[in-house]
Structures are given as structure tokens and as C-alpha cells.
Design a protein around this ligand. Structure first.
Ligand code: LLP
Length: 439
């Protein structure tokens, strides 16, 4: 997919760049992002919404992959940005992302984070709970400013998600105001009465890696029912309805995501159907795709090291990364596909399992993948690692986080440097009493 192909030398090529050359220049493990594919996904969202005739914002959920260069792409493509921490906000601001198109999420924003976001004059806060409603009002009042808010509601929809941990739309969730038990209604009453808050509308996010449209349509219906009640009983209209992210991508054979345009059409059609007649006009629709913008554009390139064959049981092939750069298999049993990137035109000849280099048995990237016989020094490319890989990477075992390159039109640009050994100890301090000279 994207701009990937196998070249005449039998090497994987992404964005016109031969991965063996990328290895020579940047080393491995290496995250490679197909820039054209990222931009194509951004445009698919923008075009599909433009075609709907509704007002809209597409906010890239930067948690999926938050680096300054990615914020620049999101800005260039006209997207807004969803941030959930001071770190993601800082990244966006450092990249020059327009503050008025930044939306701040999260169930426990600290007073410092709120102050930072107010300093930057971001566009909107997605308020998650009653504590935050009071805190935000108090801080805004202290500054004499008014801030735009959406209220995050849980519509009670359990969408098909790839793993229970990613399902956030049920009643039993740490996020949001429940529509079912009346707390969302109470939150609307409270928020609309706060002098320093401007209530724009509501937000709902029903899960992640969702393949069907039913969950989104149900969420729209329930939010619309709620909006009708709010209109009838409080005479308040929602100008904005944010439907979150969660649009699925194809990681492995058997995954059956829809096209971006199909998800968007389902949502916008549901809005036209269920919001008809509530208030004077249809609300603006905002969404927050993360995975579906960057997921399939990413490839992680590893160098094969050791192997261990257990006859009749399994052959382990170890690479120079693992759960530190991709914790998803260990965390969620996520599945990935891989190919031998320097001998990609050779027929597969064995079934092996790809292990990482961390000191724990759970550090596996793929079970049972068919490859040509891999040897030490070969390159292994794992596909669809653009989302929730770099952003969830760790320094476990004090392993350095990989570099990230963007590739397009035969050109590669380093967008995150590989961590150095110095970076690993950069924040360590040794108390003076522990120096060899002391005592
Ligand atoms: N909006 C909100 C409020 C969210 O909580 C999320 C994801 C998104 C948008 C973006 O969802 P996406 O379009 O990327 O599915 N670490 C997990 C995924 C966690 C998703 C958390 N929230 C994983 O690696 O699968």
C-alpha cells in the first residue's frame, strides 16, 4: 500500500527510498513514515467532510504519533489537533501549530496544564468531569477570560474495538459524563451557567480500531436524543458535536476496515438523519482520527540478530528492537505482518516468531510469520507501525528509542534523532554522598 514497492534489487522501497540505504544512513531500529500516505489520509478526511456539506473540523489525535514534523503536516493539510497532555501541547506549539485549532483532552488535566493551554489561547477544552468543570471555571475567572468547552459524554455504546482496554464508550468508563444516569444533563446545566465558559457542545469517543459504522451511528443517535432533550428542557443548542476517533485500519489479513470516506459518510448521514429538527441548524461535526491518519504509513525496520530453533516447537528470530519500540503485541496481543526487507523477492521458506531483545519472555513482536530463512544481518520490516508505536515507546532495559524518518519522492528526512547513550543518563543525578571520594 502507499508508496511501498519491491525494487529490482529485491529490496523494500518506501517513498522511493531503498530501506537498505536507510539502514546505512540512519541505522536500525528505524521508524519509517510514508509522508505521502499520511497526507493522503488527511485529505481523505478533509475531502469526505467537505463533500458532506456540514461544517466540520478534523482534529488529528496526536497521541497516535506526536512529533513536531507531524504537527506541521497536520497544519499544512488544514487539520486541527487533539492533545491530551502538556507534552503533546508543547510539541504542537513548538511546531508552530495554530493554537486556535488545538483541542485539549484528558480526564485529569492538571492546573498547570490548564494554565499552559490558556496562556497559549487554545481553541477548546474537552471537559471530562465535574472537578475539571469547576477548576477550569475558577482558573478562567481568575484570568478574566472566557474559554470554549465541549463536554465529553459517554453515550453507552460498546463499539467493536480490537481489545477491551481501548473501549471507552461504555457506562463503566473513567471518561466523561454519562448520558444514561443524568450526569451529562447536569453537566450541561452547570457548564452553561458558568460565566467564564462557553459551551460549544458535546464530545463522544466510542473506542478504537473499529471496523463497522453501527457504533458511530448509534452514538450519533444517542447524542442527538440527548441534544433534543437539552434543547427542549434548557433551550440550549449544541453548535458542535465531536464524535471522536476510532476508525480502523488493516494491520493483517482478515482485518476489514472501511474506507475513510465510508466512515465519514456514515457519520455525516447519521447526523443529518438524527439531528434534523433539533434547533435551527445542524451542528458542526468534529472528529479525531489518530490511528487511521498515521497507522498504515509507518514501517519499523529492524536488523535480524540471533535465532533459536526448538525443533518441533518454534523458531525464534530476534531483532534489535521489540516491546520498547512496539509494546502493542505485549499489551494488546496486537498482530502485525512483516517481510524480509533486503530479500523481499525470495519465496517464503519457514514459519518463525519474531522476538525482541528485552529481558522478558513477553517481548514478542509477531508469532508465526512466514519468511525466507532469515539470517543475522538481514533486515526485517514490520508494517503498519505508524500509530501508537513511537508514541508508546519506552526506555525499558535502558534501550534507546529509535530514530524516525519521513520518506517521500526518493528523499528521506530525519524527524526524530535516535537517542544517544548520553540521553539515557541525561536526567540521572548521583547524590554527592555517593561519589567515590565521599566519606
Ligand atoms: N479521541 C479520543 C478522545 C481518544 O481517546 C482517542 C484514542 C482518539 C481520539 C483517537 O483514536 P484512534 O482514531 O487513534 O483510534 N494505545 C491504543 C489505542 C488507544 C486509543 C486511545 N484513544 C493502541 O495502541 O491500540
Amino acid at each position: 500500500h502507499g508508496t511501498s514497492r519491491i525494487n529490482d534489487a529485491g529490496h523494500l522501497e518506501i517513498g522511493g527510498c531503498d530501506v537498505t540505504e536507510l539502514k546505512a544512513e540512519y541505522g536500525t531500529p528505524l521508524y519509517i513514515m510514508d509522508e505521502q500516505l499520511v497526507r493522503r489520509r488527511c485529505r481523505e478526511y478533509m475531502d469526505a467532510f467537505a463533500a458532506s456539506g456540514l461544517g466540520f473540523q478534523v482534529a488529528y489525535a496526536s497521541k497516535a504519533f506526536s512529533v513536531m514534523a507531524m504537527c506541521r503536516i497536520a497544519d499544512e493539510e488544514g487539520l486541527s489537533l487533539d492533545v491530551v497532555s502538556d507534552g503533546e501541547l508543547y510539541t504542537a506549539l513548538q511546531a508552530g501549530f495554530p493554537a486556535e485549532r488545538i483541542h485539549f483532552h484528558g480526564n485529569n488535566k492538571t492546573p498547570d496544564e490548564i494554565e499552559m493551554a490558556l496562556d497559549a489561547r487554545i481553541g477548546c477544552f474537552v471537559v471530562d468531569n465535574f472537578t475539571e468543570l469547576e477548576l477550569l471555571q475558577a482558573i478562567a475567572a481568575g484570568r478574566g477570560v472566557t474559554v470554549n468547552v465541549l463536554l465529553r459524554v459517554t453515550p453507552g455504546v460498546e463499539a467493536h474495538a480490537h481489545h477491551a482496554y481501548a473501549a471507552t464508550g461504555q457506562t463503566d468508563s473513567k471518561f466523561g459524563f454519562d448520558i444514561g444516569n443524568g450526569s451529562a444533563f447536569e453537566a450541561v446545566q452547570l457548564a452553561s451557567a458558568k460565566e467564564n465558559l462557553t459551551l460549544l457542545g458535546v464530545h463522544s469517543h466510542i473506542g478504537s480500531q473499529i471496523f463497522e459504522t453501527e457504533g458511530f451511528e448509534m452514538a450519533v443517535e444517542r447524542v442527538a436524543d440527548f441534544a433534543r432533550r437539552v434543547k427542549n428542557e434548557l433551550n440550549i443548542s449544541f453548535k458542535v458535536v465531536n464524535l471522536g476517533g476510532g476508525f480502523g485500519i488493516r494491520y493483517v489479513e482478515g482485518d476489514t476496515p472501511l474506507q475513510v470516506s465510508e466512515y465519514v459518510a456514515a457519520i455525516t448521514n447519521a447526523v443529518k438523519k438524527y439531528f434534523a429538527g433539533i434547533g435551527e441548524s445542524l451542528p458542526e461535526i468534529w472528529v479525531e482520527p489518530g490511528r487511521s491518519i498515521v497507522g498504515d504509513a509507518g514501517t519499523t525496520l529492524y536488523t535480524v540478530g540471533t535465532s533459536k530453533n526448538i525443533p518441533g516447537v518454534r523458531k525464534y528470530v530476534a531483532v534489535d528492537g521489540g516491546m520498547t519500540d512496539n509494546p502493542r503485541p505485549a499489551l494488546y496481543e496486537s498482530k502485525y505482518e512483516a517481510l524480509l526487507a533486503n530479500r523481499a523477492n525470495e519465496p517464503v521458506s519457514e514459519t518463525v516468531s519474531i522476538a525482541g531483545k528485552c529481558c522478558e519472555s513477553g517481548d514478542m513482536l509477531i508469532f508465526d510469520v512466514e519468511l525466507p530463512a532469515a539470517e543475522s544481518g538481514d533486515l526485517l520490516a514490520v508494517a503498519c507501525t505508524g500509530a501508537y508505536n513511537y508514541s508508546m515507546a519506552s526506555n525499558y532495559n535502558r534501550i534507546r528509542r529509535p530514530a524516525v524518518v519521513f520518506v517521500q519522492n526518493g528523499q528521506s528526512d530525519l524527524v526524530v534523532k535516535r537517542e544517544s547513550h548520553g540521553d539515557i543518563v541525561a536526567n540521572d543525578l548521583v547524590p554527592a554522598r555517593m561519589t567515590k571520594q565521599a566519606v
